[in-house]
Design a protein around this ligand. Structure first.
Ligand code: AMP
Ligand code: ZN
Length: 304
């Protein structure tokens, strides 16, 4: 198959067949556009990228660095060996030293003075939820203390779509309030808050994976295994829709960035069709408009 942009041999087919260099260019241009459209950065911003060592957050750090943003990286030891360990730390630290990016490291236990296991046990919620809570807490506190003005994470369109499906189907009020926060930019609404940005908001997980391959980024662990082995119903739903619509997650993420149109009273007030007298939203109802069209075409055929 040929690359749809340059006709070289295509190596990556996610939404369309592309060669490596066209894919990389397109990936970086999508992120550049996302940053510009949603005004993620302002001149003078000091950016801290939270990097777990997985494909998404490493792609995020790499693409921001490639686009010329001055970034620093933070890796957090979350106290769960399957998630973070000396290997993930080494991978992230090496990534930074190779590119001359300042590297910061902290652990929940030392930074917060807690025993993560006891904390997870006492939290009365799933371990991942508690870990997420602690991560948001330490990202914000550390960034503020160090004078950073933006925290960037590797959240991508698949995370947004998964969350959306879950919120939509469960209908829980709590999920809906979270959904409102799912935007490319969460502004700081308090002097102690640091704004959060998601430059990969419109990028797909598969694209992040392909980007790490193209850009030669070393990832901690086999991220593609966990990617394929993920078994929650929302991911399975996404994967099955992706078979017919590969950029489904991106479509959901993009839709969530749009403001709902203002609904004016006058637009929603019922009206009556001038021709048949049935309710309609305009002057003439859709059925009468089609009838008119048929009438006009049969008249013009008769006059030929
Ligand atoms: P998760 O909550 O695991 O889906 O991760 C969401 C985002 O948080 C990732 O894309 C990273 O930017 C960041 N992150 C997750 N885990 C860590 C970690 N251990 N250290 C630093 N950043 C992390
Ligand atoms: Zn090409």
């Amino acid at each position: 198959m040929r690359c749809t942009r340059c006709s070289e041999e295509a190596e990556i087919t996610i939404t369309q067949p592309l060669c490596r260099s066209c894919f990389q260019e397109e990936y970086e241009s999508r992120v550049r556009k996302c940053i510009k459209t949603y005004r993620l950065f302002a001149p003078g911003d000091r950016i801290l990228v939270a990097v777990s060592g997985g494909k998404d957050s490493l792609s995020c750090a790499h693409v921001l660095h490639a686009l010329g943003y001055p970034i620093a990286v933070l890796h957090v030891d979350v106290g769960t060996a399957e998630c973070t360990n000396p290997r993930t730390r080494n991978v992230v630290e090496r990534f930074c030293t190779d590119r001359n990016i300042p590297f910061h490291f902290l652990s929940f236990s030392e930074y917060l003075g807690i025993d993560p296991d006891a904390f997870f046990r006492k939290a009365c919620r799933p371990r991942c939820a508690t870990c997420g809570l602690l991560k948001r807490y330490v990202f914000n506190r550390f960034a503020r203390e160090m004078g950073f003005t933006k925290i960037a994470t590797g959240h991508c369109a698949d995370d947004v779509a998964r969350y959306f499906l879950k919120a939509w189907v469960s209908g829980s009020k709590d999920h809906f309030s979270w959904l409102a926060k799912l935007k490319p930019l969460t502004p700081a609404t308090h002097p102690k808050m640091v704004a959060r940005v998601r430059p990969l908001f419109l990028s797909l997980e598969k694209e992040n994976y392909a980007y790490t391959k193209c850009a030669g980024i070393v990832v901690a662990g086999c991220s593609m295994c966990s990617f394929f082995l993920r078994k929650d119903p929302w991911t399975e739903m996404l994967r099955s829709i992706e078979k017919v619509r590969p950029d489904f997650a991106r479509a959901i993420a993009r839709a969530l960035t749009r403001k709902p149109p203002e609904t004016e009273e006058s637009n929603t007030a019922p009206r009556i069709c001038a021709l048949c007298g049935e309710p309609t939203s305009g002057d003439i109802c859709a059925v009468c408009r089609i009838r008119e069209r048929i009438l006009r075409s049969s008249l013009s055929e008769n006059t030929r």
